[in-house]
Design a binder for this molecule. Structure first.
Ligand SMILES: NC(=O)c1ccc[n+]([C@@H]2O[C@H](COP(=O)([O-])OP(=O)(O)OC[C@H]3O[C@@H](n4cnc5c(N)ncnc54)[C@H](OP(=O)(O)O)[C@@H]3O)[C@@H](O)[C@H]2O)c1
Length: 396
């Protein structure tokens, strides 16, 4: 029996993870559930899954959650705050951690799970973009295992030989020539820059293939999501930036591909449903039912591939630039993106200005070699303050 901590249980990934867990009560138990402010939704999940511990990140809501669980007659313990998340992720309450908090807010708990040697199901891509070298060091020290949940990296993990997927051996030693990440292109695929001036948050979050949280949906619309994934692939598989290519694939059926030296290309396909990756991560190396609709190739009939439009969707180029710059540049990129996307969702920043703010931050803050967590947290804060300043200067 695996005891699973679902960090970000009330979100899109959290909900999918709990769906898979519920399908296999003999194998998995949700022992820790967490949310940020959705106290009511967390209480409903606690009634269904009866975890040992429920954590609400916003400490002001701890009493509210406690009262809800008491009224429901549950013995589930209640805690709050970021430190409680990290403590639970490294505690004996769980052997498996689904890192599904959105943004840099998930970094501390993700690192704690890695240091403690848990099986880490990594959905929180911002954590590895922000602190890739530190997360890898924590994994090595903890001796646990990382299963990528982002569908593209999960696909690469499946299409790579085991030793290369887990970084035990290099990609070159395994004859890998290229990693090809697919991108749906988001809701504005095919549009030109001039068409995107008046895009609203509701238009940006309306993804054609995936139902996801609002932040990642905007990232998909700007192609920053793919940019973050390029950086994630670099760290996860020790892949040089020039070996990672992005191809637009509107149907989101081919989740990513690995090209080998002999010209063979191995791909992982499936309907766009995150439960496949989550079931893979939870049961690995076994395969279990995920509740996902079977792929009907004949009904699909056609799969399309196109080059990304880097002029319209500048965020993807900025992510490659940050990766080439190295050191703390991805941390700056991630923080500036989080601030700009939040401002866009809040109606405070035009859609096209998201990339302008990120570019201005990357230009303003020199990249330094990554040394430690304190330095990265400071860089994150500096980038956030710089992004706020740039937004006031340029747009607000
Ligand atoms: N959704 C997908 O299909 C998908 C695919 C690949 C990767 N990912 C990645 O998975 C992560 C989660 O995405 P999502 O779409 O599931 O997001 P989401 O639906 O917005 O859910 C985010 C979860 O994190 C919690 N949370 C938000 N801010 C927090 C904070 N400051 N402290 C603690 N918890 C916080 C939320 O709690 P509340 O409900 O209380 O706000 C919620 O449980 C992201 O990093 C995303 O890039 C998602």
């Amino acid at each position: 029996m695996r005891n699973v901590a679902v960090l970000g249980a009330t979100g899109s990934i959290g909900t999918s993870a709990l769906d898979v867990i519920a399908r296999h009560p003999q194998r998995f138990r949700a022992s820790v559930l967490t949310a940020h402010r959705a106290s009511e939704a967390l209480a409903v999940l606690c009634e269904r899954f009866v975890p040992d511990l429920a954590i609400i990140a916003d400490t002001a809501l701890e009493a509210d959650l406690r009262a809800r669980l008491q009224r429901a007659g549950l013995a589930t313990r209640v805690a709050s705050g970021e430190a409680a998340l990290a403590e639970a992720a490294s505690s004996s309450l769980c052997d498996t951690v689904v890192a599904a908090i959105v943004g840099a807010a998930g970094l501390a708990s993700t690192l704690a799970a890695a240091r403690a040697g848990k099986r880490l199901l990594l959905a929180n891509k911002e954590a590895i973009v922000m602190a890739g070298p530190l997360l890898l060091a924590a994994l090595r020290a903890g001796g646990g295992e990382l299963l990528p949940i982002d569908s593209e990296h999960n696909a690469l993990f499946q299409a790579l030989p085991g030793a290369a997927a887990t970084r035990a051996e290099s990609l070159q030693a395994n004859g890998v020539h290229r990693l090809i990440l697919t991108a749906s292109g988001g809701p504005f695929r095919g549009r030109r820059r001039a068409d995107l001036g008046a895009i609203t948050p509701e238009q940006a979050v309306a993804h054609p293939n995936w139902r996801m949280g609002r932040k990642i949906s905007v990232d998909s619309a700007t192609l920053m999501n793919k940019g973050l994934e390029v950086i994630e692939a670099h760290f996860l598989f020790d892949a040089a930036p020039d070996c990672i290519e992005v191809v637009v694939h509107p149907q989101s059926i081919v989740h990513s591909l690995v090209e080998y030296a002999d010209g063979s290309v191995l791909a992982q396909l499936g309907n766009p449903d995150m439960r496949t990756a989550l079931a893979y991560g939870l049961a690995w190396p076994e395969r279990i039912d995920a509740g996902v609709k079977r792929l009907d190739l004949v009904a699909l009939a056609q799969l399309d591939f196109q080059a990304p439009d880097l002029d319209t969707f500048r965020c993807l180029g900025l992510a490659y630039a940050a990766l080439h710059r190295g050191g703390t540049a991805p941390t700056v990129l991630n923080a500036a993106n989080e601030v700009a996307v939040a401002a866009f969702l809040d109606g405070q920043l035009p859609f096209l200005a998201i990339s302008e703010i990120i570019e201005a931050c990357l230009d303003a803050i020199p990249a330094e070699p990554v040394e430690n967590l304190t330095q990265l947290i400071q860089t994150d804060l500096t980038a956030r303050a710089t992004a706020q300043r740039m937004m006031r200067r340029l747009h607000c």
